[in-house]
Design a binder for this molecule. Sequence first.
Ligand code: 3HC
Length: 295
Amino acid sequence: AAAGGGAAPEFKHDIKTVGVVGTGTMASGIVQVFAQAGYDIIYVGRSQDKLEGVLGYITKNLDRAIAKGKGTEGDKDALLGRLTGSTEREALGGVDIVVEAIAEDLDIKLELFRDLDKIVKPGAILATTTSSLPITKLGEATSRPQDVIGMHFFNPAPVMKLVEIITTPDTAADVDETVRALTANVAKVGVSAGDRAGFIVNLLLFPYLNDAVTLLESGVEMTTIDAAIKETAGFPMGPFELLDVVGNDVSLAIQKELHAEFGEPGFAPAATLVAKVEAGELGRKTGRGFHDYAK
Ligand code: 3HC
């Protein structure tokens, strides 16, 4: 599906094998999305343990679905059979598209893109799921900026329908169209956005989340804010529940990028968000963020 109408996009590149770099929450969800749509996946992480973490995430989701009567053990085995994990980036040499979902840090991503440029076959698409970093710069780090594009998934990727598709001034039209076709093919809704911090959703969402933290600092109870937003304003989660799902480290990185690009005083990361990250209270993934998940 594509939001905003227009002719259905067509594949201009043949996409059979998808590479995913990263083993965190987003990478795991993205691997699941492509595997569910029938693609063969090669996913790359820094250690065997981290690769197993991806399988653990997907297995847990599939087991939960099976328990609800959605899918069978046979479907699960078939899906898992499409996944190949590797600790070597060289394993990505033959893939048709790479979707990068590593740490939200420009230097780390630039290093990866320089490496992908050397490793991945010519003509393959190099996509990033960054939520706030300049994709144009990632393209410029390669010898093939025409093949570099943003494919921004939302958390939890297997559930959230939206994918923001971000072209840079260098992205080739056929790469854009192929990624729009691919997005529809994995049952997501693609929306085109320009290459500026936050794109569409995070530019609107993170100032709101940051304001919620500022409101908390002014003395309003966290549970009051979460309940007001969730139960009466109709959002699926309160802001602190959502910060804990996204991860305070990820949220802080996004907030800093928005502040750096737009310079709005209100975009400066709230002190308590910074403190949470310094304390290692990153959210659900560490068992504690704004809320406590240890129980
Ligand atoms: N992985 C896979 N599936 C999941 C899941 C997960 N982590 N969490 C929930 N689900 C599935 C459930 O299995 C269930 O599936 P079903 O409908 O087939 O039975 C479905 O989602 C609904 O789950 P629940 O009934 O347990 O709970 P909710 O109705 O509360 O839904 C939610 C959970 C979909 C996460 C909902 O609370 C929600 O939409 N929250 C807001 C999420 C959001 O705003 N995300 C965007 C964050 S910003 C971002 O990602 C940008 C990035 O750059 C940081």
